[in-house]
Design a protein around this ligand. Structure first.
Ligand code: FAD
Ligand code: NAP
Ligand code: SF4
Length: 674
């Protein structure tokens, strides 16, 4: 049968080898690269993606020397004995018929350690260490170290290397006048600033020979003041090609940029226009990146001729079989990356191994396996929120006879509310995936059934995944008609007026505020409009893509106050890599964020509060309560008293600090043991 994605599945001839398709698994640090003892896990992780049919894999960044570490004792390859452990990875990938390149990443001034070096003594705004300025001899040594590292990667069995030249790391720092204040031969004119990158490519090519893939990740849209102009980017791409690169991959944004590039509210394929601008300027393949997560998105980019390959990193963490499913026309089975960053990037920033919110097996392929059950049991799972959905489908996949009871008329629980937030529409994909899994694993789904303890007698094991109920804070007037619960607001059962106060500034308070100020779902937002709202120049004439561009002002739908009792800034507990986007979005919509609030009462006038010892009245039409949740587990005691085998997971177990990451992981882990 002809493929629905003919461009995605057309082979790519690189001269000395032919890639089977146009999917490049982009580099992503998992935390498993740093220690030798984790290499068996890293090998299993990549092998599973190779088995899933990825055309070409790129590893997380490996430093060419100690000064290039991202953090102390991060992955490094500068000695031949360090190459040995990489054999585990390359052999595992080759055994599955895959190909893998190692990314050579020198962190430059982004290095989170005192040995960091840079072209000039210019500290980055996101690291505490002042880098040491390289001497001219030091620059030469760095270039040699790149080439040596690539040679060792070849010895370790890799099919190629990717040289990391974007995101504000060392090579990018040499290219940019904002971080390179040197004179000739490595600074001053653009030609001099370019020399470091081209020398690295030239000497790396000489060190590895011609039958080895050499990808260069080029910074194509810097999103910082003083970033590169489009003429400089084109000139860099041409010089990189001439120096011997086989593929140019796209880098979007320096890490210190304050414009979102990968979070879930960024429209799909929002940055493919950047790669498209380079088409025709070079003759080697170009790779498009960022927010490409489903086959139709990837196919669209290739069919429009915007790129020759697509890079996906997180989508392959979420589903190792993404490529095979797309190829076989089983896209409905894809476990889609929802771009939440919660278990991947946020973990890496907290020095925890990466995994995935929608796939807790990611990076744990040697530990968490869904093997056939020794004995088929009758299992009741009560509650079809994320915890219950994960538990029921994994248990059924293992061969158990599973019935999933849900009181509501649809699956999803609180997640079904999350998908209604503008910018969180991707969450619907997870529910689509679970609907499909319920069918394929044979879970018996019983919607609109509110079960009690007595109705569960015929089951061997009972799993309580009954989740949470919103907390009702003891504020005078909390039963006033002005008060709306967040489920009532988000499901449209009630509509808020034009002036609204939100009690509680956790993840849900922030989301509800976005819902209140935005008039339309982000999925209906054209990428062009999103670029305008964030002040990105689609013509690429502005330096860095932003210089001199004024973001289009927002017209918030409502006047909103977001409140919390805790003193200080709001949103401190939001995700490391996403919280700043939520804060920036609300700021642009002129939401007033107040900390240190004491709630006094709600009446016909509005919400009465005390703040810094002063009484104030917020004359609002409505008050939305987002004051956290409490566990719902009224079935537990009766079931335990009846001596039943009962397990409690997700919000039903602990409501505090609950998120879908914990709910799905707990559900999957329990089901793997049942
Ligand atoms: P729930 O989702 O509460 O599901 C429990 C289910 O059990 C419900 O469907 C309920 O109807 C059913 N049930 C209860 N009692 C019975 C019974 N007796 N019989 C039958 N069925 C019963 N999390 C994140 O990780 N990232 C986010 O970005 C995020 N955003 C959010 C945004 C919003 C607006 C909201 C509301 C939540 C968000 N969450 C987010 C939180 C996430 O949705 C919850 O942590 C998660 O849904 C909890 O899963 P759970 O399965 O434990 O419980
Ligand atoms: P939460 O993060 O615990 O926040 C609850 C908020 O209510 C806090 O601001 C708290 O602040 C306030 N509060 C608590 N008790 C109160 C009381 N008695 N009276 C008045 N205010 C009270 O919970 P949530 O916002 O409901 O979110 C639930 C879970 O969903 C979170 O754990 C979160 O991880 C997850 N979630 C995640 C995201 C995401 O983007 N990753 C988005 C949404 C939800 P004060 O005590 O200072 O007032
Ligand atoms: Fe994607 Fe979220 Fe999984 Fe990361 S944790 S891979 S962003 S779904």
């Amino acid at each position: 049968m002809p493929s629905r994605y003919p461009h995605l599945f057309s082979p790519l001839d690189l001269g000395h080898c032919i890639l089977p398709n146009r999917v490049l698994m982009g580099s992503m640090h998992t935390g498993l690269e740093d220690k030798k003892r984790d290499f068996p896990k890293l090998a299993a992780y990549f092998a599973e993606r190779a088995r899933g049919g990825v055309g070409l894999i790129v590893t997380g960044g490996i430093a060419p020397n100690v000064s290039g570490w991202v953090k102390p004792f991060a992955g490094k390859l500068s000695w031949s004995w360090e190459a040995r452990k990489h054999r585990l990875v390359t052999d595992a990938v080759h055994a599955e018929g895959g190909r893998i390149c190692m990314q050579v990443l020198h962190a430059g001034r982004y290095g989170y350690h005192p040995l960091a070096v840079a072209p000039s003594r210019v500290k980055s705004p996101i690291t505490p260490f002042m880098p040491r300025e390289l001497s001219d001899r030091g620059v030469e040594r760095q270039i040699e170290d790149f080439a040596h590292c690539a040679r060792l990667a070849r010895d370790a069995g890799y099919d190629g290397v990717e040289i990391m030249g974007s995101e504000g790391y060392l090579i990018n720092e040499f290219l940019a006048a904002r971080t390179n204040h040197r004179q000739a031969p490595w600074g001053g004119s653009f030609e001099n600033r370019l020399r470091f990158a081209t020398e690295i490519v030239r000497r790396t090519r000489a060190a590895v020979g011609h039958d080895f893939i050499l990808i260069f990740r080029l910074s194509m849209l810097e999103l910082v003041e003083g970033g590169a102009s489009i003429d400089e980017i084109i000139a860099t791409a041409k010089a990189i090609e001439a120096a011997g690169a086989s593929i140019i991959n796209t880098g979007i944004g320096w890490h210190e940029a304050r414009i979102p590039t990968i979070v879930t509210s960024v429209p799909r394929a929002a940055f493919s226009f950047v790669t498209a601008r380079l088409k025709g300027e070079v003759s080697i393949p170009l790779v498009a990146t960022n927010r490409i997560n489903m086959p139709e998105v990837a196919e669209g980019i290739l069919a429009r001729g915007e790129a020759d390959m697509v890079s996906m990193a997180r989508p392959l963490l979420a589903d190792p079989d993404w490529v095979r499913k797309a190829r076989d026309g089983r896209e409905a089975e894809i476990n889609t990356c929802i771009a939440c960053n919660q278990a991947c990037l946020d973990h890496v920033f907290l020095n925890k191994p990466a995994t995935c919110l929608v796939n807790p097996r990611a990076c744990r392929e040697t530990e968490l396996n869904y093997t056939p059950a020794a004995r088929r049991k009758r299992i009741a799972v009560v509650g079809a929120g994320p915890a219950g959905l994960a538990c029921a489908t994994v248990a059924a996949e293992r061969g158990h006879d599973v019935t999933l009871f849900e009181a509501g008329d649809d699956i999803g629980g609180q997640f079904n509310l999350a998908r209604r937030i503008p910018g969180k529409e991707e969450f619907e994909e997870t529910l689509r995936y679970f609907r499909q899994r319920i069918g394929s694993t044979g879970v018996k789904l019983r919607l609109s059934e509110h079960v009690d303890a007595g109705s569960l007698e015929r089951f061997d094991d009972i799993v309580l995944a009954t989740g949470v109920v919103p907390r009702t804070p003891p504020i005078a007037g909390i039963d006033h008609p002005k008060v709306i619960s967040y489920p009532d607001l988000l499901t449209g059962r009630r509509v808020a007026g034009s002036r609204v106060a939100v009690i509680g500034a956790g993840g849900i308070g922030f989301d509800v505020s976005e819902f209140l100020v935005q008039s339309r779902p982000s999925s209906t937002l054209e990428p062009a409009r999103w670029l305008a709202e964030w002040g990105i120049d689609p013509t690429l004439h502005a330096r860095g893509g932003i210089e001199g561009i004024v973001p289009e002002p927002e017209t918030p739908q409502r006047e909103v106050w977001l409140l919390q009792r805790t003193e200080g800034a709001l949103g401190k507990r939001l995700g490391k890599t996403t919280g700043w986007v939520h804060r920036a979005t609300l700021k642009r919509a002129r939401v007033r964020m107040l900390g240190g609030v004491d709630y006094r009462r709600i009446d016909d006038i509005g919400l009465h509060i005390v703040i810094a010892g002063e009484e104030r009245v917020l004359e609002v039409d409505h008050v939305i309560v987002c004051a956290g949740q409490e566990s719902r587990r009224d079935l537990l005691v009766p079931l335990q008293s009846a001596g039943r085998a009962v397990h409690v997971i997700g919000g039903a177990e602990v409501a505090a600090e609950l998120d879908a990451k914990r709910a799905i992981a707990q559900g999957s882990e329990l089901a793997a043991r049942l």
